[in-house]
Design a protein around this ligand. Structure first.
Ligand SMILES: NC(=O)c1ccc[n+]([C@@H]2O[C@H](COP(=O)([O-])OP(=O)(O)OC[C@H]3O[C@@H](n4cnc5c(N)ncnc54)[C@H](OP(=O)(O)O)[C@@H]3O)[C@@H](O)[C@H]2O)c1
Length: 163
């Protein structure tokens, strides 16, 4: 079975993006993202790919698009979420965004790696609604970023009876 893990950073309103970019630049979060996802396949929507603009090193980069002719050197493309499950059985796959892709994978996710930023940013895309009662927190670490934001790095697991 594919293990679906979501990794996301959001603000006080669950905001995740602005004008197809991150609303913030927090190097501690980039490091957390890199350390957590390294060595694993990462799945992203085409907009997130356009925002990142280059393959993430040390990881199989999978881009979701409905455009069957879309090809990028150093990345794989898939045209449906079912293809991800079919091609990556028995391993942990990280869903790295954005909003549209998080929404589709959330019902299948067993883990959420969350960076919570204690600030309200301006933006236009949000993480989907999560019923946190179905989840339990497994780890929690607070940090103040060099840029002055209060962060918490949280790992959540879907409760066994909700899987
Ligand atoms: N804060 C965070 O942790 C975080 C993480 C990642 C991204 N972001 C932000 O999120 C924003 C982008 O999110 P978004 O919702 O606009 O876009 P997205 O989810 O990155 O990409 C959406 C695109 O993915 C493709 N797609 C989605 N579902 C598909 C499916 N079932 N089958 C085939 N293709 C599918 C489609 O591409 P085609 O149109 O080519 O068919 C669709 O237009 C940006 O602002 C980015 O910076 C934030």
């Amino acid at each position: 079975m594919t293990i679906i893990s979501i990794i996301v950073a959001f603000d006080k309103n669950q905001l995740i993006g602005r004008n197809n970019h991150l609303p913030w630049l927090i190097k501690e979060d980039f490091k957390f993202f890199k350390d957590t996802t390294m060595g694993h396949p990462v799945v992203m929507g085409k907009n997130t790919w356009l925002s990142i603009g280059k393959p993430l090193d040390g990881r199989i980069n999978i881009i979701l698009t409905r455009d069957v002719s879309f090809q990028i050197n150093g990345c794989l493309t898939v045209n449906s979420i079912e293809q991800v499950f079919a091609e990556y059985p028995d391993q942990e796959v990280f869903i790295i965004g954005g909003s549209e892709v998080f929404r589709q994978f959330l019902p299948f996710a067993g883990k959420i790696y969350l960076t919570r930023i204690d600030y309200k940013f301006e933006g236009d895309v949000y993480f989907p609604y999560v019923n946190w009662k179905e989840w339990e927190i497994m780890s929690f670490e607070q940090k103040i970023s060099e840029s002055g934001y209060n962060l918490s790095f949280e790992t959540w697991e879907k409760r066994d009876d909700k899987l």
